[in-house]
Design a protein around this ligand. Structure first.
Ligand code: SF4
Length: 231
């Protein structure tokens, strides 16, 4: 089980239902450019990129797909090579055997059941081999049809620190956030938390003194009086 941040949320800052709107509004201003960090030009490339991003960084995936997407342009292309060749082409993303198997399996189902088009719903996406709930949620959201709130390591940490959930399990955290976050914001909310997590609310050293959520966060390490009093 990854480290928990639930215990950090101790300061009384009001009900989460009352805080969620200003939290989203402030983060939207602060991180106006927040978006998915993967490079892709079409739904198939999006799906492949998200599948490759498991257990590695987006930067690493982009490095691999820069050449991968030149060689493989259509779902058929992934099936036209031996598994070993695709394994070599995705090797640098780690877990290359499993990823190559999942990609070929998904491309096959895409062609056989979806006319080669990436489906838009989470339920349909989950029918693709190797596509788990998180991948399906990310892809559906990027295709303009968010059906859940994507929970990654940043979303988990910030949701816990902001007192939006007291759960540890990503599926239960997603359930809490889906009840709390207005549906039109389901797509952008994870990006806002991920951006904020990377730039301000670091796991080890959150920069609370620079955070726009200081008065809305039960985990803030800086007293609001200190910020007001500082020059
Ligand atoms: S950086 Fe912001 S969100 Fe993170 S713990 Fe500090 S006040 Fe809360």
């Amino acid at each position: 089980m990854p480290r928990s941040f639930v215990h950090e949320a101790r300061r009384p800052v009001g009900r989460r239902r009352d805080r969620i709107k200003p939290i989203i509004e402030r983060l939207a201003v602060e991180h106006a450019d927040a978006k998915i960090a993967l490079d892709f030009r079409n739904p198939v490339e999006l799906l492949i990129s998200v599948m490759l991003s498991a257990q590695t960084t987006d930067v690493n995936v982009n490095r691999v797909t820069a050449t991968l997407f030149v060689k493989y342009r259509r779902p058929e292309d992934y099936l036209a090579v031996p598994r070993e060749e695709l394994e070599q082409d995705v090797y640098a993303t780690g877990f290359f055997r499993q990823k190559a198997k999942s990609i070929q399996g998904s491309m096959r189902v895409l062609l056989e059941e979806f006319d080669g088009e990436v489906p838009r719903t989470v339920d349909e996406l989950l029918r693709l081999p190797g596509v788990a709930r998180k991948t399906a949620n990310v892809v559906a959201a990027e295709l303009g049809n968010p059906q859940g709130v994507v929970v990654d390591t940043h979303v988990r940490r910030l949701s816990q620190r902001l007192g939006l959930t007291r759960k540890e399990d990503p599926v239960k955290i997603e359930r809490d956030l889906a009840k709390l976050v207005p549906r039109p914001d389901w797509g952008r909310f994870p990006h806002l938390l991920i951006w904020h997590g990377r730039q301000v609310c670091d796991a080890r050293r959150p920069r609370c003194e620079d955070c726009v959520l200081i008065d809305l966060c039960p985990s803030s390490r800086v007293e609001i009086d200190e910020v007001v009093a500082s020059p």
